[in-house]
Every structure is written in structure tokens, then in C-alpha cells.
Write a protein of this length. Structure first.
Length: 560
């Protein structure tokens, strides 16, 4: 038995030494322990639904994205390509076309922010123009210039406009290429049944230095002789240039030299009849001509172009309409013309300028003269109200026993609109405005206020709110006790309505310097027979009326 115990003890000693040897560097295995890191959230876009916005609208959305998180709460942040934060919800709504990214964090212990891939939202049927491979060929005398290589997506029509003439020179349903054109500036409008897109302005140069048209003034031929005055910018030292003015039949009616010894040249062509004219610049040989501009001169009696006249209708009966007349055929009015606008319904003259502004719904007559009654025109135009009137706000007045601060609150709120507070029915400038429809005003007597509802440039009719003061008191906030016979006393009017009223006046430090019941003798700015210093004092008036709650308090400034 003793031998067995001895062997058992020996085995324990050997095992203990082996363990110590392993801990001190012997080749024995050591078990390692690892702390598991928190799992970060993951974004699952497999069920994402993108709703494309209508052309020019902000009614698109990105919905259906799922976030897998081990935390109890997930935080979302949507940003656009400018890194502007748009929303903190899982679904992003009411968005225009663009590129958006979702940023996700949670409270699982993960310290990283997880980002989605950039999500592109296009417009429905949007038209795009890619000019990265555009090719512009200059024009020779054969008008063989070209603009090609534009890549346009989702377009069914292509219209090119010449900026020199202001007219459409090419229309196609198959290609955006523009060929066989003279030197000039051109712009493409590509579109489909819902969207349009305009390209940049592309300039096709000429074989020679073409003068730049800076401005042009047309003298109409109505009731007299027409003229065209064109201000040109030319390259000094260029070869001699000529000009030719052609009529609608292509006949040259005027020609001459464009001097290039000065940088600017006014080219004046007189003695023109009514019609359309085309001004060309040519080289010295006359072989190569470039169209500088197209000019229309009216003829005969003065005529108003009713179809081209711009009429903007009124909205919400705010008198926001206007009428800007145009004249046939494309005549530019001169400073010597006179205008008279008449409201047909009332017979009153409402304007003497070319453009009639601040027009409400109605029919208006324009009478315009170009120098004399023998050269005049007249026509009528209709302005309508195209927006319904806004619903006026609802607010109830309150009744105060004595002067104080009232709370005017609108009860039929709409957070998308603004509310304005006016002093009268006719004031044009409000005394306050906000979106919560709550206004605070101090009243000393029964007063009417007027509230309106405003949405964009529309304003509702005015709602009257009457704030009633049962016992009006007029309490001056300053007086000048300098014995000049003017404002020498603190004259409180209306105190006769409060028999037994208690009036006290204090200094800034709370010292009582005046106390009166019924206020039979007004305060004269003295304390114990001596004048008090100039400064600010404070009053408390207890009207001692059972139906009145609280006291009237305020500040009083004494100026000597």
C-alpha cells in the first residue's frame, strides 16, 4: 500500500514538471482564445424596385432594398451625386433623375458604414445627347459644312435651328446629322412624344473671316421708308469684304463694302420696302457668300400680330397678368410709338406703356400709333384667371379685459402654405408671416387684424379677426417732466373705467417711488418732492376688477 501511494505521488510530480516545462518554452501545445468581432450589416438589392420619374418631374423612387443586420436598429442615409443628404428612410421617394447611394449603419457594434453601389435613376423615355464624338466640318463657298457624330438616345425627331435666322433648317426622324450647311451657329432639339433635349450650340466656320453680327435695328416700312442698321464686329486687317442684301426672290437690292480697318462697323441700309431681306458677306471676288442674318420689314399700315402677342393670364385674382404685343410682319417698335390700353368693361385707360402689366381677368384694347393717327392700329386681348382662389384661413378672435398680448391662431392649417397677418384690408405689406399660423400681438384697444393664406404667388381673401378689449387703457411708455408744458405728466387715459385701481412705479432695483389709488393725480416724475433721474422705470397696475385676471405691467422711460 505504501509503495502504491509512493508511485502515485511520483507520477503527479512528473506531470507537474511537464506542464511547467511547456509553459517555459518546451514544445507543448498552447490553446489560443479569440474574441468574435461584431457582424456589419449587409445590403440586399436583389428585390430593389426603381420607379423612373416622368420627364421634368420629381416623382421617381427607389424601393425594396433590404438590410440584413444583427443589431436591433438600422440607420439609413440617402445621398445624391453631390453628397446632399435626401432622406433617412429605407425607401427613397419623390426624386428626379440622378445617381443615388444608400449609407447604412446599425447598433450591432460594427464601426463601419456600409455603402450600396451607386444607383442610377433615369427619366421615363428620357432623351440624351452625347457629343463626345461630334465632328464639325467647316463650310466652303459650296455650303458644304456639316455637324455629325452626335449620339442621341430615345429620340424620334431631330430639328436643327440656325441661330442666325432663327428658323428650323432641317427636320429628320432618322438621323441627328446636319449636312450641306453654310457657315453659322446651329443647335439641335431632339425629342420623343414626352421629352425633348437641346444640344450645345455648334459653330461651323467659313473659309474666310466672317463678320460677327453684334446687334441689328429695323426701321419698319409702315407709313414710311424702311431701313436696316447692323452692328458688325470685324477682324482688323482682314481682306476686303463686301456685302449684298437680297430680297425674297434672290435679287440683290443693295451692295457695298464692309471696311476692315476698324474693329466695329455699323452697316446702315436705307430706302427699303416692306418684305424679307437676307444679308450676305462675301469675299472680294464675290464668289463665296455667308448669310449674316434675315430681316423682316413690315409694309403698308401698322398691324398688330395677335398670334405672336404674348399674353400671360392672371392667377388667383392677384392681377398678375400681362400683355406684350407683337407687330406684323416681325416689326420692332420704335421709341416714338405711343400706346394706350383700355379696360373694355369699365372704359378706363389702364396703361400707356407697350406692355400692360398687373392685369386682372378682363378684355383690354390696345391703340398704338407710329408717329401719327394716319399710322395706327388697334386690337383687343383677353386675360383670364387660371387658378382657383385659395381657401381663406379660419381664426377666432379673443376678448381681453384689459390691454395685453393676444394669440391669433389659424385652425385650418396646411404646412405647404404660408400665412400672412395684415393691419387692414388694403395694406400691401404684412406685419408678420409664418408657416405655423400663430401670431402674437399686443393690443391696447379693440382691434381688427386680417389673415391670408399664401401658396407660391397666390394669396387668398383676407379673414378678419377681431381682438376685443373690454376696458381700453392708453398707457404712454415715455414722458418728459421738464416743465415746458408739453408731456410733463404720465397721462394714463381710460383709468376712469377702473375705480379702485392700484398703480405702482418702481426703479430698476425694485424701489417703490410712486403709489396711487384711482390715480387722481398723475405721476410728475418726482419722488418725495425731488425729480427722479432720467432712465427706465417699471409699473404695475392692478385694475381691481372681478372679471379681469392678472395685472398690467410694462416699462416707462423718463426723459428730461
Amino acid at each position: 500500500m505504501r509503495i502504491f501511494k509512493y508511485l502515485l505521488s511520483l507520477i503527479c510530480v512528473v506531470l507537474g514538471m511537464a506542464m511547467l516545462s511547456g509553459a517555459s518554452g518546451l514544445n507543448m501545445p498552447v490553446k489560443h482564445y479569440f474574441v468574435k468581432q461584431a457582424d456589419c450589416p449587409t445590403i440586399d438589392s436583389s428585390h430593389m424596385i426603381i420607379t423612373k420619374p416622368d420627364c421634368g418631374e420629381e416623382n421617381g423612387s427607389i424601393m425594396g432594398i433590404k438590410v440584413i443586420s444583427t443589431g436591433s436598429k438600422v440607420f439609413y442615409t440617402w445621398v445624391n451625386s453631390n453628397k446632399t443628404v435626401l432622406s433617412h428612410t429605407a425607401n427613397l421617394t419623390n426624386i428626379p433623375p440622378g445617381i443615388y447611394t444608400l449609407e447604412v449603419t446599425d447598433n450591432s457594434g460594427c464601426t463601419n458604414t456600409v455603402f450600396s453601389k451607386p444607383i442610377t435613376v433615369n427619366s421615363k423615355n428620357a432623351v440624351t445627347i452625347d457629343d463626345s464624338k461630334v465632328a464639325i466640318s467647316n463650310s466652303s463657298c459650296k455650303n458644304d459644312g456639316a455637324i455629325t457624330g452626335l449620339r442621341v438616345a430615345n429620340a424620334t425627331t431631330y430639328e436643327w435651328q440656325s441661330l442666325a435666322t432663327g428658323t428650323i433648317i432641317s427636320t429628320s426622324t432618322t438621323t441627328p446629322d446636319l449636312v450641306s450647311i453654310p457657315a453659322g451657329s446651329y443647335q439641335l432639339t431632339a425629342g420623343n412624344n414626352t421629352c425633348t433635349q437641346m444640344s450645345k450650340v455648334y459653330t461651323v466656320n467659313s473659309a474666310f473671316s466672317v463678320p460677327q453680327v453684334i446687334s441689328a435695328q429695323i426701321t419698319p416700312a409702315q407709313c414710311g421708308t424702311g431701313a436696316i442698321a447692323v452692328n458688325l464686329g470685324v477682324d482688323v486687317g482682314s481682306p476686303i469684304l463686301n456685302y449684298v442684301l437680297r430680297d425674297e426672290s434672290g435679287n440683290g437690292v443693295k451692295n457695298g463694302v464692309i471696311f476692315t480697318d476698324i474693329p466695329f462697323r455699323t452697316l446702315t441700309i436705307n430706302g427699303l420696302d416692306g418684305g424679307t431681306y437676307y444679308l450676305y458677306a462675301t469675299d472680294n471676288s464675290g464668289a463665296c457668300a455667308v448669310l449674316l442674318g434675315t430681316y423682316k420689314l413690315g409694309s403698308g399700315q401698322l398691324q398688330i400680330d395677335k398670334n405672336a402677342t404674348a399674353v400671360r393670364n392672371d392667377r388667383c385674382n392677384q392681377h398678375l397678368g400681362y400683355i406684350e404685343p407683337a407687330f406684323l410682319p416681325g416689326v420692332t417698335p420704335r421709341k416714338t410709338w405711343t400706346y394706350k390700353w383700355t379696360d373694355i368693361a369699365t372704359g378706363k385707360v389702364v396703361g400707356y406703356n407697350k406692355i400692360l402689366t398687373r392685369a386682372g381677368a378682363g378684355v383690354y384694347q390696345l391703340y398704338v400709333t407710329a408717329g401719327s393717327a394716319d399710322c395706327a392700329a388697334t386690337d383687343t386681348f383677353t386675360v383670364i384667371n387660371v387658378s382657383p382662389a385659395l381657401i381663406p384661413p379660419i381664426a377666432a378672435g379673443s376678448t381681453l379685459c384689459v390691454p395685453g398680448i393676444v394669440n391669433i391662431t389659424v385652425t385650418n392649417l396646411d404646412t405647404a402654405e404660408t400665412f400672412r397677418l395684415y393691419n387692414s384690408l388694403t395694406d400691401s405689406i404684412p406685419i408678420d408671416s409664418n408657416k405655423n399660423g400663430i401670431f402674437y400681438e399686443r393690443v391696447s384697444r379693440t382691434t381688427s387684424y386680417y389673415i391670408t393664406r399664401v401658396h407660391k404667388d397666390c394669396e387668398s381673401d383676407r379673414t378678419e379677426v377681431i381682438e376685443t378689449v373690454l376696458f381700453p387703457v392708453k398707457i404712454p411708455n415715455t414722458f418728459t417732466p421738464n416743465n415746458d408744458g408739453i408731456n410733463d405728466y404720465w397721462d394714463i387715459s381710460g383709468m376712469e373705467n377702473f375705480p379702485g385701481a392700484d398703480i405702482k412705479i418702481f426703479t430698476r432695483n425694485g424701489q417703490l417711488i410712486f403709489h396711487s389709488i384711482n390715480y387722481p393725480v398723475p405721476f410728475d416724475g418726482t419722488y418725495r418732492g425731488s425729480p427722479v433721474p432720467t432712465g427706465v422705470y417699471y409699473y404695475i397696475i392692478d385694475v381691481k376688477q372681478p372679471i379681469c385676471f392678472g395685472k398690467i405691467s410694462g416699462s416707462l422711460t423718463i426723459i428730461r
